[in-house]
Design a protein around this ligand. Structure first.
Ligand SMILES: Cc1cc2nc3c(=O)[nH]c(=O)nc-3n(C[C@H](O)[C@H](O)[C@H](O)COP(=O)(O)OP(=O)(O)OC[C@H]3O[C@@H](n4cnc5c(N)ncnc54)[C@H](O)[C@@H]3O)c2cc1C
Length: 394
């Protein structure tokens, strides 16, 4: 049986980041097993927004730890051809009077306290940056210049290439079907491509994490939730120099960004449709739904009242009870590290999370404290609950 010191299940943006960081930190024997192809899971469905804005302080730390990587991607990977497709357009977030106002103020102040550049804009200043929006009801507007969006699929494939160049073996089209154990320790995996033994198993299975829960006989709380993304087009283009926009005042806590330099990508930031089983197939998008979301868009972007639907797709989030990830070990199971439950906001955290999970697996001190993200928080009640309600802002 082939042996690897470290085996990673899943080649999404998290698994490939773990593989890159394991190798970059000196691991010599690493295998990644992916049932499909690199980045083709939920990573390929991502809106790709990068920001450090969060109401949960630990997430700000994690996002900040990742930002340098996105901003210096080729250097970070040591690969001059690598690109993450970064569009550094900034992130605008606004709230009207009401229950989101004080949480927004607190989050913006916390970012500033942590040394992150955040500007407070009035409606006229915000309009200069996003002239297609009407923001007359805004009571508070924050702008994070060092933010934007990038291409999640490109990032996953770049991490994978870097990992391979450093000696990592990535096997695509092979499904992990079970684990081997000796007492409390995991010693290997069964796959459709054969059995492998390992010193440490790292599960980055996203919505398929319940498989690991069943194999290991533990509870890993995560459910698949489908979300819809619309691309709209009209004669008021949403250009690349216009910021990503988060509208805390809309019923769906909508988020927006440029799509292709002309169209608008629009999606809701609230709970979606819970699925009975993990699957990434495209869901149905009803005309009623498009009309309902379209009304929210037109309220904020009047020219989009008559916009056409250029395209639409669905994607699936791996949602935990507090909408934040679980990172680290699993009590009672030795030789297992998990990273799941990114709840619709894992792309922006992927470089930092990959490094943290690699450090944890290697037994090294971690750059950012893992403890707040421990699985045990669901028993202890020390949840990481965001201040904007359920949804991917956190
Ligand atoms: C619609 C949508 C919009 C989003 N927008 C944003 C955003 O704007 N900003 C942001 O930061 N985040 C966003 N996200 C979230 C972000 O994209 C995800 O958190 C991230 O891509 C998850 O990466 P992953 O590696 O955990 O998961 P995945 O990409 O799903 O990777 C998991 C992999 O594990 C493999 N796997 C599972 N089980 C097995 C097995 N038994 N054997 C072999 N392989 C297995 C799967 O095939 C899959 O490829 C969005 C997500 C969606 C769906």
């Amino acid at each position: 049986m082939e042996h690897y010191d470290y085996i990673v299940i899943g080649a999404g943006v998290i698994g490939t980041s773990v593989a890159h960081h394991l190798a970059a930190l000196g691991a010599k024997s690493v295998l990644v097993v992916e049932q499909g192809t690199i980045g083709a899971g939920t990573t390929s469905q991502s809106s790709g927004i990068l920001r450090t804005h969060y109401s949960v302080r630990q997430n700000v730390e994690l996002a900040r730890a990742s930002w340098w990587a996105f901003n210096n991607f080729a250097d970070y990977l040591g690969d001059e051809e690598a690109s993450c497709g970064l569009v550094k357009c900034g992130y605008l977030i606004s709230s009207p009077e009401g229950d989101k106002l004080e949480p927004l103020r607190a989050a913006l102040n916390a970012q500033r306290d942590m040394g992150i550049e955040v500007q407070l804009l009035d409606a006229a200043q915000a309009r200069e940056r996003l002239p297609i929006a009407q923001l007359d009801d805004a009571a508070l507007i924050g702008f994070e210049p060092e933010a934007g969006f990038a291409d999640a699929y490109l990032v996953a494939s770049s991490f994978a290439r870097s990992a391979r160049r450093r000696g990592v073996k990535i096997v695509e089209g092979a499904r992990v079907t079970g684990i081997a154990r000796e007492g409390r320790r995991i010693t290997g995996i069964d796959t459709t491509a054969g059995k492998f033994s390992c010193g440490m198993l790292i599960s980055t299975q996203n919505i398929w994490t319940p498989e690991m829960a069943a194999w290991a006989g533990v509870t890993l709380p995560v459910k698949p939730e489908r979300h819809t993304v619309l691309a709209l087009e009209c004669d008021a283009p949403y250009t690349f120099d216009m910021p990503v926009f988060k509208d805390l005042g809309s019923p769906g806590m909508m988020y927006y960004r440029s799509y292709g330099g002309r169209q608008m990508l629009a999606s809701e930031g609230v709970t979606g449709e819970t699925l009975a089983a993990p699957e990434t197939e495209q869901g149905e998008i009803s005309l009623d739904y498009v009309v309902e979301v379209g009304a929210q868009v037109a309220e904020r972007f009047p020219a989009y009242e008559t916009a056409g639907l250029a395209s639409s797709w669905t994607g699936v989030y791996d949602v935990t009870p507090d909408w934040n990830p679980v990172l680290g070990g699993v009590e009672g199971v030795e030789g297992l590290t998990v990273g799941f439950g990114f709840s619709g906001h894992g792309f922006k955290l992927s470089p930092g999370v990959g490094k943290l999970l690699a450090q944890h697996a290697l037994g090294l001190p971690t750059d950012v404290m893992l403890e707040p993200y421990a699985l045990s928080r669901f028993d202890s009640g020390r949840l990481l609950v965001g201040q904007y309600g359920l949804g991917a802002v956190s």
